[in-house]
Design a protein. Structure first.
Length: 254
C-alpha cells in the first residue's frame, strides 16, 4: 500500500514539472496538490491592482513590520476577491512576495482553509452548510435542488460562469437551519459580499438563484416571514416584560 501511494505521488510530481501523463487523484488529495494548467501556473503574471495595493498597505499596518507573514490570510482573501473568487498559484506567489516568505508558507495556508478556492468558481459561489443541524433540517435536499436546477455537479461552474455550488461545514447559524452562504464575486473586490440566507426550502433557494441571475440582491438573513432575525417563529412567547432585579445586590446585607 505504501509503495503504491509513493508511486502515485511521484507520478503526480513528475507530471507537474515535466509533462508526464496525469494520474487519477482522490477528492481529498485533489484539494492539496497543484498540477500546472494553462490558466493556473507560476509563469502567468499576477499583481494586485493599484486600488488593491492601497488595501495591501493598509492591511500590513495592522501587524508589526517584522511579522508581515501574519497578514497572509487577509491578503489571500483580497487576492481571491480580485481574481474572481479563486486563487491561482501566481496570486499566492504574489502574496508571498509581499510578506517576504517562501511561497510554500502561503501554499500551506491556502490549502488548509476551505474558504480559499484553488479552482474556478462562479461569480456567485453558493455554499451549502452540510453540518448536522442543517442536514437534519434538509440541507441535502437544498443542495440537490440547486445542482439539478443549475445542471452542474458539486464544485462545477455553470456554462455561463455565473454559479457554482460547494459545501461548507458549520457557519454558526444553527438556530436558523438550513442555510447557505453566497459569496458574490460579480463586481470584484470593490463590490464583494458574503451573505447568509437562512430558514431555506429548496423552492426558496432556487428563487434566490434566479434573483441573482436577474441582477437583484435578495434580502439576506432568514427567509421565513414569520421570524425576525433569529427570534422564534410567530414572535416571543417568553421574557415579554421587564426582568425583575435581584432581591438584594449587597450579599453581606442580605
Amino acid at each position: 500500500m505504501l509503495a503504491r501511494l509513493a508511486a502515485q505521488r511521484l507520478a503526480e510530481i513528475r507530471h507537474s514539472i515535466g509533462g508526464f501523463p496525469q494520474v487519477s487523484r482522490s477528492s481529498s488529495t485533489a484539494l492539496n496538490y497543484h498540477l500546472n494548467s494553462p490558466d493556473n501556473n507560476p509563469d502567468l503574471p499576477w499583481e494586485f491592482t493599484e486600488t488593491n495595493m492601497k488595501k495591501v498597505k493598509e492591511i500590513l499596518t495592522h501587524y508589526p513590520s517584522n511579522y508581515k507573514q501574519s497578514a497572509v490570510i487577509p491578503l489571500l482573501d483580497l487576492a481571491q476577491q480580485q481574481h474572481g473568487g479563486w486563487l491561482p498559484v501566481s496570486a499566492m506567489n504574489a502574496v508571498a512576495k509581499v510578506i517576504e516568505v517562501p511561497p510554500i508558507r502561503v501554499y500551506e495556508v491556502a490549502t488548509f482553509y476551505s474558504m480559499f478556492n484553488r479552482s474556478k468558481v462562479g461569480k456567485y459561489h453558493l455554499l451549502v452548510c452540510g453540518t448536522t443541524p442543517c442536514m437534519i433540517r434538509g440541507s441535502r435536499e437544498i443542495e440537490g435542488a440547486l445542482l439539478k436546477h443549475l445542471g452542474v455537479k458539486r464544485n462545477e461552474v455553470t456554462k455561463d460562469g455565473l454559479f457554482s455550488v460547494g459545501e461548507m461545514e458549520c457557519m454558526g447559524c444553527c438556530v436558523n437551519a438550513p442555510m447557505i452562504t453566497v459569496a458574490d464575486y460579480s463586481n470584484g473586490a470593490e463590490g464583494y459580499t458574503y451573505n447568509y440566507y437562512e430558514d431555506l426550502t429548496p423552492k426558496r433557494a432556487i428563487e434566490i438563484v434566479e434573483a441573482f441571475r436577474r441582477g437583484e440582491k435578495p434580502q439576506r438573513g432568514t427567509q421565513n416571514p414569520e421570524r425576525q432575525n433569529s427570534g422564534p417563529q410567530g414572535g416571543n412567547t417568553t421574557l415579554l416584560g421587564e426582568p425583575k432585579p435581584a432581591p438584594c445586590r449587597d450579599l453581606d446585607a442580605c
